[in-house]
Design a protein around this ligand. Structure first.
Ligand code: NI
Length: 251
C-alpha cells in the first residue's frame, strides 16, 4: 500500500522512525509527505533524503496563502531538482475556516498550478467547501499536470465530473466513519482506477482508532473499507491503487 498524503513531519505522539516501522509492519511500502507551509520544506527534504521509501510534495496550503510570496516559486523549483519531490501540494482552496481572503487563495492556487505545469509534476489538491471554484480554476489553468483531489469530500456527481476530467480521488479515513454515507457512495460509484489511498495523518484517523492521532499504518483500514464497499478482495484494492500511484507519481 502507498499512503499518498501523510504529514509524518507533524506527528506528535510518535517519531517518523516509529511511524515508518509501524507502516512497514502493516504492509505500507511508500509514503508521500505534502507540504502545507514554506516552513515545512526543509523538514520534508530531510525526510526524503533520510528514508528510501518517503517522497515529498512542495506547495503552500490555501489556509496559509497569506504566507505566500513570489520568491517561493524559485525556492520550489530549486528544491524540486531532488527527484524525490514528486508533486506540487497541497494546494487549492479552503472556504471552511476563513472566507476573508478567497481571492488571495485563488491567486496562490493559480500560480502553483502554473508552476506544476512548468515542472511537469502532478498537483495534489486541497478542496474544502470550495468545489466549484476549485474545479473551474483547474479546468481553466491546468494544462498538463495530473490532478489528485486529496481527501475528496464532494458528492457522487462531483466525483463523476472530476473523473471525466481524468483526475484521481484521494480517499482517507473519513470513509470508515459510520455516518459518512456520502463518502461511501462515492467509493461505490467511482472506478478503483481513479482512487488513491491516503491517511492525511495526523488528522482524520479511521475507525477503529478514531480519536487518536492518525499515522500511515492506518491506511490499511481505508483499503479494507474500500474493499468492503466495492465487494472485492483487498489485494485488488492494493494492486490497483498502487498502479494508480505509479501512474501519477512515477514511484
Ligand atoms: Ni493534508
Amino acid at each position: 500500500m502507498i499512503d499518498t498524503h501523510s504529514h509524518i513531519n507533524m506527528l506528535e505522539t510518535i517519531t517518523p522512525d516509529e511511524a515508518l516501522q509501524n507502516a512497514a509492519a502493516n504492509g505500507i511500502e511508500k509514503i508521500i509527505v505534502p507540504a502545507a507551509n514554506p516552513a515545512d520544506f526543509t523538514g520534508i527534504i530531510e525526510l526524503i533524503n533520510k528514508y528510501n521509501n518517503v517522497y515529498g510534495m512542495l506547495g503552500v496550503h490555501p489556509s496559509d496563502a497569506k504566507d505566500w510570496n513570489d520568491n517561493i516559486i524559485e525556492d520550489i523549483k530549486k528544491l524540486a531538482e531532488n527527484k524525490k519531490i514528486i508533486a506540487i501540494g497541497e494546494i487549492g482552496l479552503d472556504y471552511y475556516w476563513d472566507k476573508s481572503y478567497n481571492n488571495l487563495q485563488k491567486e496562490v492556487f493559480i500560480k502553483q498550478i502554473k508552476l506544476a505545469n512548468e515542472l511537469n509534476l502532478p498537483i495534489d489538491v486541497h478542496d474544502r467547501e470550495a468545489h466549484k471554484d476549485t474545479f473551474d480554476i483547474l479546468k481553466e489553468y491546468n494544462k498538463c499536470s495530473k490532478v489528485v483531489m486529496h481527501c475528496f469530500s464532494g458528492s457522487v456527481e462531483f466525483a463523476k465530473e472530476c473523473i471525466k476530467e481524468g483526475w484521481y480521488l484521494g480517499i482517507g479515513g473519513v470513509v470508515t466513519f459510520k455516518n459518512a454515507v456520502k463518502m461511501k457512495e462515492v467509493v461505490q460509484a467511482v472506478p478503483l482506477e481513479h482512487i488513491l489511498l491516503e491517511t492525511d495523518a495526523p488528522y482524520l484517523t479511521p475507525v477503529p482508532h478514531r480519536g487518536k492521532e492518525n499515522q500511515p499504518a492506518y491506511v490499511k483500514f481505508v483499503a479494507e473499507e474500500i474493499a468492503k464497499l466495492k465487494q472485492i478482495n483487498i489485494d485488488k484494492v492494493i494492486e490497483v491503487t498502487n498502479d494508480n500511484s505509479n501512474t501519477i507519481f512515477k514511484i
